[in-house]
Ligand binder design. Structure first.
Ligand code: C2E
Ligand code: CA
Ligand code: CA
Ligand code: CA
Length: 278
């Protein structure tokens, strides 16, 4: 059409308004969710391939919305980031995960809990100090906390990020580079960031062992990590054949549906008490 008619324009405006309304409604719901206790954490175990024991878990955020049901973080974390809500929610995640780790310790399960950090949290003033306070308040020793960071989140301000990472590391927290191989300048970051481990992204694990490119990439990341004295963990391991390949090539740990899906905290203790992995 050469020209939008008046009706079309009105329709367009109405649709834009409806979209803005939806978006506003979602933001309001996400804000209320924190006050109403609708956020929950699920935990996914990490299996050490040398000892065949579960040594830690990754905390993964879920939103149990009364209106929308269980919502995936992929659908709401971007909105939390854009609105800044990720700051209070991220602090809730950290303190809940630390408190849960203390509860597991009291049950005789000394699991290290890993928490994902967002770019926005990294831009926060005094992130290391805030995390120190959360650790103290929960009573969790720092060595039982790991933080997962991505390459993309650190690109914004590498200098400041390195300082913050050094502070966190000197507190005794362990640091993992998440989704390794999917971002930019991975090698420069490996050189400058005081990290302890690399997580091989699921996209390189999916088609193991048959895809020869993925096999070459996985082997190379494992060798690279070990040459730099880093631990290497593969994510998204769903099949025995993938785990066998990774073990044969010296990968230190795996995480994925083969071991367990992310589950509520109570199921982690049950899994550890009843499984061959413990
Ligand atoms: P991620 O950090 O890469 O987390 C791994 C994702 O892979 C999780 O998705 C997990 O459920 C999924 N996964 C684990 N094992 C398998 C497997 O064997 N096969 C397949 N197909 N998938 C597997 P989830 O829980 O939907 O989380 C998605 C992303 O949301 C996370 O990716 C992370 O970037 C972000 N996220 C989750 N929780 C938080 C949080 O508390 N804070 C922040 N900032 N981001 C979070
Ligand atoms: Ca992660
Ligand atoms: Ca990941
Ligand atoms: Ca990933």
């Amino acid at each position: 059409a050469k020209e939008l008619g008046r009706n079309n324009l009105q329709f367009y405006a109405a649709e834009m308004n409806a979209r803005a309304d939806n978006r506003l409604q979602l933001e309001n719901r996400l804000r209320r969710a924190l006050e109403r206790g609708e956020y929950v954490l699920h935990y996914q175990p990490k299996l050490d391939l040398h000892s065949n024991a579960i040594f830690g878990v990754e905390a993964l955020l879920r939103w149990e919305s009364p209106e929308l049901g269980l919502v995936s973080p992929l659908d709401f974390i971007p909105v939390l980031e854009e609105t800044g809500l990720i700051l209070p929610v991220g602090e809730w995640v950290l303190s809940s995960a630390c408190r849960q780790a203390v509860a597991w310790q009291r049950m005789g399960l000394p699991l290290r809990v890993a928490v994902n950090l967002s770019a926005r949290q990294f831009q926060q003033e005094n992130l290391a100090g805030r995390i120190g306070e959360i650790l103290r308040a929960s009573g969790l020793p720092a060595k039982f906390l790991a933080l997962e960071i991505t390459e993309s989140m650190v690109m914004a301000n590498p200098g400041q990020v390195v300082d913050t990472l050094k502070q966190l590391k000197s507190m005794g927290i362990s640091l993992a580079m998440d989704d390794f191989g999917t971002g930019y300048s991975s090698l420069a970051y490996l050189k400058n960031f005081p990290i302890d481990s690399l997580k091989i992204d699921r996209s390189f694990v999916n088609e193991l062992p048959d895809n020869s490119k993925d096999a070459a990439i996985a082997k190379t990341i494992i060798a690279l990590a070990h040459n730099l004295n880093l631990q290497v963990i593969a994510e998204g391991v769903e099949h025995r054949a993938q785990a066998d390949f990774l073990r044969a090539h010296g990968c230190d740990a795996i995480q994925g549906y083969l071991v367990s899906r992310p589950v509520p905290a109570q199921q982690i203790s049950a899994l550890l008490q009843n499984s061959d992995f413990a």
